[in-house]
Design a protein around this ligand. Structure first.
Ligand code: FE2
Length: 300
C-alpha cells in the first residue's frame, strides 16, 4: 500500500497522472474526488475528510513535550483568555476559547517551538502523504495542542470558508488513548446517498444528513478541509481527565488562497507560516502587538 502510494505520488509529480485519471484519493482509499473541488469519504459519509495512520512514536514525541514538567498542567482551569507558556522547546501561546467547554488552543509561538513541531510534521511524512492533493508542495502553517476536559453542548462549525476548498487542512490526533470513549469524541455531519449529485448543498439539516460520531484513537489522525461540519461531542473526560490532541494546520504553498485561509488561521495563533514560507504575525498577533505598543506609550 505504501509503495503503491509512493509510486502514485511520484507519477503525479512527473505529470504522468492527472485528476481525471484517478477516481480515488491516494491519501485515503475511501475518499473519492468529486466535482467542484470536493472530496467525499464514503466510509465516514462526509466531504473533505481523510483518516490516516500516524507514527505513534512521533505522537509520543509531541506528548512528551506536553507532559514534561508543569507548563501545561492547569491549562483547562479558569484563567486569563490569553497566556504565554515557556517550555524547554520554545514558547507557546494559550488561548481559552470557551465554546461551551473548557477547551484551549496552545499554539507554537516562536521559531524554536515551530521548528520542533515542524520536525515532527516532517518525520510523520505528512507532506509526502498529502502530496497528491498538493502537487506544488505542502506548507505547515502552524501547530497546536488542543486540550479540553468537558463540553456541555455541540458547537457545529466548519474550520475554513468554502472558497478555501481543500487548499488548507486541519489534522487532529490524540496524544494517547483516553479512558473516556462513550462520549466527548468528535461529532460530525454525515451525508447519506444523493450527496454526490448535490455537492455544494452540505449544510447541517440537508435532507439525508445526520449527526455521526468519530472515535479518536492513538495512531490515527482525522484531517479535514472546508465543508466538513463538526463539533466536539458533549461529554467529559473520565474523572475529569483532560483530553489533549496534537493539531497541525497545513496546505498549499500558493499565496492565492491565503486571504481566505487566513480568515481562519488569523485568529487561532499569534504567529503563522504563510504558504510562501514567510513567518509572520497573524491578525490576532498584530492586534496584541498594537495593544502592547499602546501600553508602552502610555495610551491606555
Ligand atoms: Fe474545528
Amino acid at each position: 500500500m505504501l509503495l503503491a502510494r509512493a509510486l502514485c505520488t511520484s507519477l503525479w509529480r512527473q505529470g504522468h497522472l492527472h485528476c481525471s485519471h484517478i477516481s480515488m484519493d491516494a491519501v485515503d482509499c475511501d475518499v473519492r474526488r468529486v466535482n467542484g473541488g470536493l472530496h467525499f469519504n464514503s466510509r465516514l459519509a462526509a466531504p473533505n475528510v481523510w483518516e490516516i495512520d500516524v507514527d505513534q512514536g512521533l505522537v509520543d514525541a509531541a506528548g512528551s513535550i506536553f507532559e514534561c514538567g508543569t507548563p501545561f498542567k492547569s491549562v483547562t482551569e479558569d484563567g486569563e483568555p490569553y497566556e504565554e507558556i515557556a517550555t524547554s522547546v520554545g514558547s507557546f501561546f494559550l488561548q481559552r476559547i470557551n465554546w461551551k467547554s473548557d477547551a484551549c488552543w496552545i499554539s507554537v509561538d516562536d521559531r524554536e517551538a515551530f521548528d520542533a513541531f515542524s520536525s515532527i510534521f516532517t518525520r510523520m511524512g505528512l507532506a509526502e502523504h498529502f502530496a497528491p492533493l498538493f502537487p506544488d508542495g505542502v506548507r505547515l502553517y502552524s501547530a497546536f495542542y488542543v486540550v479540553r476536559s468537558e463540553c456541555s453542548a455541540h458547537n457545529f462549525h466548519v474550520d475554513y470558508k468554502p472558497e478555501v476548498g481543500a487548499d488548507a487542512m486541519t489534522l487532529i490526533t490524540p496524544l494517547r488513548d483516553f479512558k473516556q470513549t462513550d462520549n466527548f469524541q468528535l461529532s460530525y455531519v454525515a451525508h447519506r446517498g444523493g450527496m454526490l449529485q448535490k455537492e455544494g448543498l452540505l449544510d447541517e439539516g440537508e435532507p439525508g444528513s445526520e449527526i455521526r460520531r468519530y472515535e479518536y484513537k492513538k495512531g490515527k489522525a482525522i484531517v479535514f478541509a472546508s465543508k466538513f461540519m463538526h463539533s466536539t461531542e458533549p461529554g467529559a473526560g473520565y474523572n475529569g481527565e483532560p483530553h489533549a490532541y496534537l493539531c497541525f494546520t497545513f496546505g498549499t504553498t500558493n499565496m492565492d488562497s491565503w486571504a481566505q485561509i487566513s480568515r481562519t488561521l488569523g485568529t487561532q495563533s499569534r504567529v503563522v507560516v504563510r504558504p510562501d514560507g514567510d513567518y509572520v504575525l497573524t491578525a490576532l498577533g498584530e492586534r496584541i502587538e498594537e495593544i502592547l505598543r499602546m501600553q508602552r506609550d502610555g495610551r491606555t
